[in-house]
Design a protein around this ligand. Structure first.
Ligand SMILES: Cc1cc2nc3c(=O)[nH]c(=O)nc-3n(C[C@H](O)[C@H](O)[C@H](O)COP(=O)(O)OP(=O)(O)OC[C@H]3O[C@@H](n4cnc5c(N)ncnc54)[C@H](O)[C@@H]3O)c2cc1C
Length: 386
């Protein structure tokens, strides 16, 4: 295994030891059964890793973004998939940053202990997609409650969450000055909501990723379900998105190292034409190329962590880290598959599974084009394209 000791070695060793109890066969079986890695997520939660970013005063471990990102990296680097549980680490960020003291006291200790799972964030809608500020789901105040109507799509881990953060429009778009105004965040108790105005329809998809369509039909939620300031939900959410992107970048880095480890090992062992295939430059150069790209992407991941930990605006670094890492992990996946020839397609090698899993990150949680657009407009000052 490519091994570069760093100051996070203690965390790395501890997460690796836990992950070693859930070897390739475990994730292969979970994937085949399209099941949820319940035992693995429970073990991570019990060990406190999922509460890394919750402040100590609310029962979490108050780790830095850099440390939290190492946890995610190690899960993916061990052959697992953080996608099943990474929401628990970052969705609660909106409560930490924008919740009232009462909401923090009520929810954070239980999220930290694992008693409550908050793994879902409902933003994307079927008719508006990446054009988030045009979303149509509405929340209207009525008799001291909020009434929600609309539809969401691709909302992950609903079936394995107690709470969801929902973004809905509280002031019609034609009555606000800025298009990102008039949106608000809500904390939805899924046990109360499902069957009482919220219908969930699972979407079968390319990866074993639990994701769903949601239908809101006059769902009533309490007035104090509002999270953060009314009308400023976009900002509430945005504050947490840099953390999400940075953690996902770290997962991609973990995937990338996993692919390069596997490719290098196989290229040394597999003998064809009386020589290890890795002796051929046509085989070794693409692996070296993927490694170089991954190492470079990793630098941007650390830069994003550094800025977040210094409480600086990390919008550019978080987006660029996610872009570079997702691209590098995908290139490493492709090289790993190619190096394995036909065996790369055999499920028992786990490469096809990780190949599918890592591909997702060029689309979700934000697609590559939206990152180009962010950099072009917000960093380079080019005219808005939409
Ligand atoms: C497995 C999975 C899990 C997900 N989980 C969640 C979740 O938990 N919560 C949630 O809210 N969402 C979730 N998503 C949704 C995800 O964030 C969106 O799929 C993604 O943001 C892209 O939106 P879209 O699918 O509507 O694509 P569209 O917006 O329809 O875009 C389609 C393609 O066109 C490109 N495009 C669109 N407009 C432009 C433009 N102006 N310029 C250049 N290119 C453009 C996009 O980049 C994209 O490649 C998930 C998606 C998947 C697949």
């Amino acid at each position: 295994m490519i091994h570069q000791p760093d100051q996070y070695q203690e965390i790395r060793d501890a997460v690796r030891a836990l992950c070693a109890q859930y070897p390739d066969e475990y994730f292969r079986k979970v994937d085949e059964a399209r099941a949820y890695p319940e035992a693995f997520v429970d073990a991570l939660t019990q060990a406190g890793w999922m509460a890394a970013l919750i402040p100590q005063e609310y029962g979490g471990s108050g780790l830095t973004m850099a440390e939290a990102s190492v946890i995610m990296e190690e899960i993916n680097r061990s052959g697992g998939n953080s996608g099943a549980c990474h929401g628990q680490m970052y969705v609660m960020n909106a409560i930490v940053r924008s919740g009232s003291e009462a909401q923090k006291q009520k929810y954070l200790p239980k999220i930290a202990s694992g008693e409550l799972r908050i793994q879902s964030m409902g933003v994307t809608e079927p008719t508006t997609g990446s054009d988030t500020t045009k979303l149509k789901t509405s929340a209207v105040r009525k008799d001291g409650r909020w009434v929600i109507n609309g539809q969401k799509v691709w909302i992950s881990r609903i079936q394995h969450s107690d709470l969801m953060i929902l973004l809905a429009r509280t002031t019609p778009a034609d009555q606000v000055k800025k298009r990102s105004d008039g949106l608000s965040c809500f904390l939805i108790d899924l046990h109360q909501a499902i069957g009482n105005g919220l219908t969930v329809r699972p979407i079968l998809n390319m990866v074993n990723h639990e994701t769903n369509e949601l239908f809101f039909d006059n769902l009533e939620i309490p007035e104090d379900a509002l999270l953060g300031e009314e009308g400023k939900g976009f900002k509430t959410l945005l504050d947490g998105l840099n953390a999400e992107r940075t953690l996902i970048a770290a997962e991609c880095i973990g995937d990338g190292y996993w692919f390069i480890d596997r490719a290098s090992k196989y290229a040394k062992e597999r003998v064809v034409f009386n020589r290890p295939i890795g002796q051929n430059q046509g085989v070794q150069f693409p692996i070296a190329d993927a490694f170089i790209e991954l190492e470079a992407a990793n630098l941007m991941r650390w830069k994003a962590c550094e800025k977040i930990d210094a409480h600086q605006n990390a919008g550019a670094e978080a987006n660029m880290a996610k872009y570079l890492a997702a691209k590098a992990s995908w290139e490493a996946a492709n090289v790993c598959l190619q190096t394995h020839g036909g065996f790369g397609f055999a499920c028992e090698y786990d490469i096809e599974r990780k190949f599918r899993e890592t591909r997702l990150y060029q689309v979700a949680p934000i697609s590559t084009n939206m990152i180009y657009s962010y950099v072009a407009e917000h960093i380079l000052g080019l005219p808005r394209s939409f």
